[in-house]
Every structure is written in C-alpha cells, then in structure tokens.
Design a protein around this ligand. Sequence first.
Ligand code: PGA
Ligand code: ZN
Length: 411
Amino acid sequence: MKINKIKAIEILDSRGNPTLRTFVVLDDGTVASSSVPSGASTGSHEAVELRDQDPKRYHGLGVLKAVNNVNDIIAPKLVNLSLERLDELDRLMIDLDGTENKSRLGANAILSVSQAAVKAAALSQKIPIWQFINEYYFQVVKPSMPKMMFNVVNGGKHADWNFDIQEFIIIPQTNKSTDSVRIGSEIYHSIQKNLKEKKLSILVGDEGGFSPALNSNEEAFQLIIESAKQTGYGNEKDYKLGIDAAASEFFSENKYILKKDNKEITGEELIQYYLEIKDKYLVYSFEDVFQEDDWENWSKFFQQAPSLLIGDDLFCTNINRMKTGYEKKSANAVIIKPNQIGTVKETIDAIKLAKEYGWATAVSHRSGETEDSFLADLAYGAGVDFIKTGSISRSERLAKYNRLIEIENGL
Ligand code: PGA
Ligand code: ZN
C-alpha cells in the first residue's frame, strides 16, 4: 500500500468560496479524496488557512497557492511512502511546513492530504473509515454513536444581523442516530411552522438554522422550547439546550458588547446572564461563552458548575491550549475541528488528551463546509460524545448526519 500520486484541486465550499479537494492514489489502484472546510468565526490560535490574497480572483479568497503547495511540495515528498506509516506522513508534512501554525504550506493544504490518506488506507483495506480510525489510532476505545448537536437558530457571524449569540442548539437525548435526526427534524419543522405563523422569516443561516428577527435571545429559547413541546418533546427529558456564544466576536477592549440589547457588559455580568438562562431555560451546554483568551472568566464560570462548558476558539483543537485549560480548570469539554490544527494525527491527539482529562469531546464542522462526511466516521471511530455539524437542513450539514445513519445500519 504505497502512495502513487497526490493531486489537489480548487473547489467551492457551501458559501461558494474556494477550498481544496485532494486525491490520493495508491499503487493498488485505490483512489480517495477529501475536502476541507472553512470557518467564519475563527479562533486567533487556529492553524493558518492559506488564501491567495489576490484581489483579482475570488475577492482574494482563492486557494491556488495551497493547491500548488500540495502538488509541487508535499506530493513529491510523500509519493512512494507506505500507508502503514500514516503517522509519519503527518509528521513529514508538519516538518516540511516547519512553522508553529502551518503558515508556510497552509493547514488547509496539509489537512486535505492527511484526511485523503486516511480514507485511502481504509478503502484499500476494504474497511469503513471509522473502523480504520478506530483500529489504527485507538485500539482500546470502542466506536460509539455520538449525541447530535443541532443548531436550529443561527445568529452572530453566521446570519450577521440579529442575535449576538451565534448558535442556539438542541441535543436529542439518544445515541441512536435515526431517533436523533427524527427528533431534530420534527422540532426543526415545528419551529418553521411557528415562524411562518408569526410572519417571521424562515430563511436559514450558514449552518442551516433559522435566523428570524426575534427581539431577544430569550425569544429564541422560548420559540425552541414551545415548538418542541408542540411536537411532544420535553426540554431535558427528550432533548437538552445549548448555546455557542462565539463570544470572541463580540468582545472589545475588555467588554462584551451586546448589539441587540445595546449594552456593554463585563465578564462578571456575562456570567450572571449565563446563570440566568441556565436556570430559566435549563440550558445544559455552553460553548465559547467568553473571549478566547479570557481564561479568568472561563474559570470563574466553571466554578459555578454549568453541566457542559465547551472550549472551541478557546482551545482550537490544540493540546498546548488544552493543557493550559486543564491547569486553570477552565472547561470540561472541547470542540474538535481538524482544520483548526491541520492533521488527522494532531486531531486524534487532542481527542485522546481530552479523554485522559475526563472531558467530553464534540467533533465539529465549520460554517463553510463541503459534502465530505469524514467527520462522521471520525466521530464514531473515535467514540466521541457529541457531533455538531449544523441544523437539519443544507446537504453539506446532513451529509455527516446521514453518514451516521449509514454507519448505524452497518454500512
Ligand atoms: P465557524 O463556526 O466555523 O464559523 O468558526 C463554528 C463554531 O464556532 O462552532
Ligand atoms: Zn463554536
């Protein structure tokens, strides 16, 4: 099982922006490809997504430099490498890049090769990708179906006009993917019906959640809880509520600026606000509720014991930041986004470290996605607790949930 050829091309993501798809061809004839996603509310500690910055192409967002880096720099080094040594492949690319944050070759370039190589290895062995991931990287961990996190109402940078909070999330309380998508879909369509009745917009944001002109965050919770109730589902019993505040996006000069309420508040006041919604709407999961370097407020809030406190931009799937968070007691869960760190190997290391810490793990998409369903296999094969790949609409989101249904059906 040796690599014969690697070829990257420029394709478009769900926002119509360029991204990479890379093909890996093995000497036994196996061909596999993988595409990489792109964030909007990106963390400043993420690995670098290389863009051409050429204003004459795609408003500067082209990825031809990254494509050329795969084809001209990475490919010649990896051709003839045996896939029995996948770890080495990632290590070689990290060394070839030579920077802390993959800014020379681009994390988008490197990850597209890394993921495609894992897929090729699985395909060549004629086993599902999740099984390959499980056997190659984990051994002792059992594959398991994650709970799904559907962000049914979108705000922040993903809708860009209404809520300061970026995502309002429902988490069906089942590990059976067919039941989970059914609960999600029924609640989603009940929300849609209620919005129509109120003559509010049913247009969706980047991640497939509704983005209506409600008057407050509270109204979003009420809408979700009421819509779920009408479908026979109870908060906490059948589903739990979560938010991803993406708070770095509304933090400036040591203040949190809530446009909707037209006020600037301190971290301490924001903690009080979160505690209020925790009590009032039984919010269970809190993601990125403070700015990505505001360790102090993360730790303060953690002491007040929210059930699930998840670091996304806070950790950036980076084990060094996770170590800091563990020492400071900042969170008890981590978002896992392969493109925040740039290789499958480093992504797996972050999952393993989280498990060692006893943290919950949530494999997550980006707001700019593709039809690639690699994340579903990763989530199941790594036995993570949650998967978060958007709402119940838009096929780039559903590709991941549908893949989990396939896996549940033994496919
Ligand atoms: P992003 O948002 O992909 O735009 O960063 C997703 C998230 O914050 O979870
Ligand atoms: Zn997030």
